[in-house]
Design a protein around this ligand. Structure first.
Ligand SMILES: Nc1ncnc2c1ncn2[C@@H]1O[C@H](COP(=O)(O)OP(=O)(O)OP(=O)(O)O)[C@@H](O)[C@H]1O
Ligand SMILES: [Mg+2]
Length: 266
């Protein structure tokens, strides 16, 4: 459990887009352990998505170090699956094709072979069922609601079976019931498949329910302000929210984030 999988050291990132530049990250230090569930919270614009995109290899950084298993992260790879804040589906592909798409690039565990068509279909169907999209396999994204599109994007992220799941507010756009169900599914998937999860959310309850550690980032320029170990046993489910320790964690994290929000608005 204590093997460090991802190391982020003193990472700086500035966006320069012609006008005044924005310092998004200023000296971020973080270690993510193998099989750990890390949730990241912090005020809007504090650099959470930027940090996730850097770990995904989708964004450059100016200085510092970002390594996975001791190797510099220089680009995206099938070991890291990303589920974005906004549903990101190919509009010209059906739900099933969207989900099967990523599987083209990966190989079966241990055997090193690519998936056959039949295997891809079986896996896609399994994840379609998980996100309650049965009956919409052959629909195109334009025929789906926002929440349904996001559920299809989640299924696609899971189907690639990456070692690390990088999730940027994946449940933010969903109705409360689907959100609760997918939180529990994610916890089960994480426990069963021994994944490492890096999960951004604005919902403090969601962070405490899911995470073994909650990272609180400070307002821009972002850095790690506080790390809270969530010492609540797994398996967890919605009733974990009634635990008095849960409520203490939630109140502490909420107060910390809200204070920063008020500071920024002053
Ligand atoms: N492509 C970009 N070009 C220029 N500035 C950017 C770009 N992406 C992000 N920024 C800026 O960097 C800062 C951090 O943005 P980021 O998207 O990482 O924040 P966030 O914490 O994910 O916010 P939210 O909670 O609203 O999603 C913001 O000030 C934003 O304006
Ligand atoms: Mg964001």
């Amino acid at each position: 459990m204590d093997n460090i999988l991802i190391t982020i050291k003193n990472v700086h990132k500035e966006y320069r887009t012609g006008g005044p530049s924005t310092v998004a990250l200023m000296g971020v230090d973080l270690e993510i352990k193998e099989n750990e569930f890390v949730c990241v919270v912090g005020p809007s614009g504090c650099g959470k998505s930027t940090l996730l995109n850097i770990i995904a290899g989708l964004e450059h950084y100016d200085s510092g170090e970002v390594k996975m298993s001791g190797e510099d992260i220089v680009g995206p790879g099938p070991d890291r699956g990303v589920i974005f804040q906004q549903y990101a589906l190919f509009p010209w592909m059906t739900v099933r094709k969207n989900i099967e798409y990523g599987m083209k690039f990966i190989r079966k565990e241990n055997r090193g072979k690519h998936y056959t068509r039949g295997e891809k279909r079986k896996l896609a169907d399994h994840y379609i069922k998980m996100v309650n999209l049965e009956g919409f396999e052959d629909a195109y994204p334009k025929a789906l609601s926002g929440g349904m599109k996001q559920r299809a994007a989640i299924a696609r992220g899971y189907a690639v079976n990456p070692r690390v799941l990088l999730m940027d507010e994946p449940f933010g756009a969903l109705d409360a019931q689907t959100r609760a169900q997918l939180q529990e599914e994610l916890l089960l998937t994480w426990e069963r498949e021994k994944k490492t999860c890096f999960f951004i959310t604005h919902d403090v309850e969601e962070a405490v329910l899911l995470a073994s550690r909650v990272i609180i980032m400070s307002a821009r320029p972002g850095k790690v302000m506080e790390i809270v170990n969530i010492d609540l046993p797994y398996p967890r489910n919605q009733s974990t929210k009634l635990d008095s320790l849960f409520i203490d964690y939630r109140n502490h994290i909420w107060d910390t984030v809200y204070k920063m929000y008020l500071e920024v608005r002053k």
